[in-house]
Design a protein around this ligand. Sequence first.
Ligand code: C2E
Ligand code: MG
Ligand code: MG
Ligand code: MG
Length: 283
Amino acid sequence: RAKNDGGATFRTFEPAMDFDLRDRVRLESDLRAGIARGEVVPFYQPILSLQSGHLVGFESLARWCHPIRGIIDPAVFIPIAEDVDLINDLSFALLRQACRDARDWPGHLTLSINISPLQIRRPDLAIRLLQTLYAGGLAPGRLILEITESALVEDIAAARATILSLRNAGVKVALDDFGTGYSSLHHLRELQFDRIKIDRSFIATLDSFAGGKIVRAIVDLGHGLGMPVTAEGVETIEQADTLSLLGCAYGQGFLFGRPLPAAEALAAVDTRHPMIDPRRATG
Ligand code: C2E
Ligand code: MG
Ligand code: MG
Ligand code: MG
């Protein structure tokens, strides 16, 4: 029915917009079918200890391997999945797959997953996550749930209940994209996290005077609150060195590795591929 309504209104738009809407409608129906066919899969990006240089885990980042369009980024299809109410099913399908993949990794490596703000509001989120971990054979202590600040703005009471149940069960919770939200400090005061992930826009400006001071302050703040800090978007050795000197616990970024398909992530673990730690590789 929605499609017919949409079709009727197309004629009143400019040609460019008309194309976007048709494209969008096609993507929507493709996404539904693609999820059913298993085309949306987790890729894995390495996360390292900046102090030891060791791999500590992977973040699962969704990729849609579209048969015609190739690999589609989550910025394109996650909002669609949210709009058409597919996000919850998609997330759990991705988590089931990630549990299977993580079973092949050394037991100390963590699996980080992203959760949509829409999911935090659901009262059954924690129990469903724990059931999925149990069925997938992944210890709750190995999961890190990444929540963005926008998820907390929507409904902090619901988020608090979910975070409490998950942390009681041993799941770790990270505040993602820290610094980009409206009330970052408020969230740190109101909720206990296991990690703070500094948004990559701050890492990109680390070498500026203000940028450096801000990152240092966030790292110290995390320390004081017992929330180790992960830097996102580490692209250069200089950034990694600066972060390490500032006492930042973990790093993630193209310097250490791009998001990889499961088999390549596993190969990187097994062979300690240089991509994982360029400094070790070069001695
Ligand atoms: P995020 O959770 O903040 O993930 C980090 C993003 O930064 C990823 O983009 C990653 O590929 C990118 N990135 C990592 N290192 C670097 C770097 O050194 N330089 C640059 N320029 N970028 C880097 P990606 O994979 O496109 O994901 C974008 C966002 O989509 C994620 O941001 C997350 O919010 C969302 N997302 C991804 N997968 C899922 C999912 O399964 N479920 C939900 N709900 N959201 C997801
Ligand atoms: Mg994330
Ligand atoms: Mg992030
Ligand atoms: Mg981000």
